[in-house]
Design a binder for this molecule. Sequence first.
Ligand code: BF8
Ligand code: SF4
Length: 668
Amino acid sequence: MAELEKLSVDVAAQEMLKKAQAEGVETIFDRAEKMKPCPIGEEGACCRICSQGPCRVPKPKKAKEGEEQKKQATGVCGATAETIVARNFARMVAAGAAAHNDHSRGVALLFKEVAHGRAQGYQLKDVTKLKQVARDYGVALTVGEGEAAKARSKEEIAQELADKILAEFGQQEGELTFIKRAPKKRQEIWRDLGVVPRGCDIEIVELMHRTHMGVDQEYHNIIKQCTRCALSDGWGGSMISTDLQDILFGNPVPVAGEINLGVLKEDHVNIIIHGHEPLLPEMIAVAVQEPEIIQYAQNKGAKGIQLAGMCCSANEILMRHGIPVAGNYLHQELAIITGAVDAMVVDVQCEMQALANVAKCYHTKLITTDPRARIEGETMHIPFDDHHALDVARQVVREAIDNFPNRRSPVMIPSASHPTIVGFSYETIRYLLGGSIRGSYYTLNDNVIGGRVRGVAGVVGCNNCRSMHDNAHLTLIKELLKNDVIVLTTGCSAMTCGKFGLLTPEAAVQHCGPGLAEVCETVGIPPVLHMGSCVDNSRILMAATACVKAGGLGNDISDLPAAGAAPEWMSEKAISIGHYFVTSGVYTVFGVTFPTTGSDILTDYLFQGIEETYGGKWDFVEDPLEMAKKMIAHIDKKRAALGIDKARERVLFDMEMRRQLEAAAGAE
Ligand code: BF8
Ligand code: SF4
């Protein structure tokens, strides 16, 4: 095991790794050391889509002087490195978009059952948002004409809306409804290029078809379908998930929370909810508050029940209920190693199979709840059923309580945990910026134009065991704040921010440049705004669109002084997200490694060529400080193009002058 301090910057993680080591329990960090990534696969240069391969086409070494440069090999069918690498990239986009779009289908199916009153425990909570989405989908809010018009019930509206949304998954032609939410200019770009997604399913199927042996073998054309598919995620599946979840569970508003392994309690039954779909977690949150359940836990000798989240399910229940978070992706094994987790309840995505082994070393019950995601080994399966979700939730909680007396020693819970303020949905930011009457993004734009806020960055995405846990997120974000760049965050990145105190209003004075600090103090917000889970990256798209529509910062997302990053990405979802940000006009930088480096031609296209068409582009930078530098340079380039670079210089001069004045005053 490498030095623990080099594996994570999080002391709670370090403590648990030490415990694991002492107890002989293997974690992802040990396995990562034993298994080095295949260098050819890492750069996307291995094709195994037919049984004549696998064909490996790594870049040939640079020729020495006087030698002839060797050509890059092709696969045995003649597929070039460009085709092979593009196909691999495309399949990542397809799988990532599939994960989000299938998530949203599940939410839409539940939404339909709730609308018909067939889903135990759920309600239509946010009627304002329901009406908003209904308008988007052309669902009438009233029946009858003129004075005889009568308002339809929320159930009626929701029933029709559910059918329309569900039909869109299988739609064969036309356009996804939410495409209309994008800035006009962006919509025109997509239409001119023929990349507007038709439905949520068809784009994934077509992309998989086109990457089958002997189909699409022109890399621009493959990437074009990647775009259509990724847009069906960002402006389709992910946006549908976010909006329907808001309608069902409530649109997040600022709420206090707590994050890191220290939220677990030794004398309580600890239940960790891990995964992505908040459907069952919402009911578990209800079940743990029921007096009979609490009594049941007390009868077993526990003081109470502590519910905590992990990964994106954590973000969902944190944002809406302030339920504490035990940690991000690389914490999942570590939480069990505390010895205090009585049940870990998982649904879909980002759950390591190794959890089953780690759980076996302790007393933890690993409970799978989704028929699409079973885990081999001594796990328990309690399937989610939307007609009886509360009963299922109660059963899950009772399993955890029954397991409380089985704890083995030693239990050790790190003390680290940090308070957070979360829940900055796109609508909440609008409200906070302008108050309820004149709520809008004008205020943000004014501050950007005036130079107090230099620009906006979306920093999102995973942890990756190939890079020091949380380090890149933290270093990058701190550097952005120092340079007056406000940060919007989701996913595991948001949890990193929480753990290190960046999700509190006090962080503004501590970490921001003078301009951003002043704005945050005036509005009373943290300098890093937690916008939710990974499907909630759609909230960032909406916030960017709102900035465009508020005026003064150009006509399109690509005009904004903004940039995106996923410095510790690892999942295919991240690639789909990255690609919809790029093709929505955002400069997007990934860290750790980049899956197309096996073809210089394709990589150049993604890092440069694509900007001509979409105004956004990909980039790859390993070092987080360098990443910040490039993002800030991009923001400054956009400021110059908008003609607002001068304003910033003036503000900085003013601040400097103010400091000098203060110093002079102090000296007197
Ligand atoms: O959807 S950031 S590790 S938990 S994939 Fe997974 Fe990555 Fe975390 Fe959420 Ni998103
Ligand atoms: Fe090799 Fe071509 Fe088959 Fe890929 S499709 S494995 S490059 S023969």
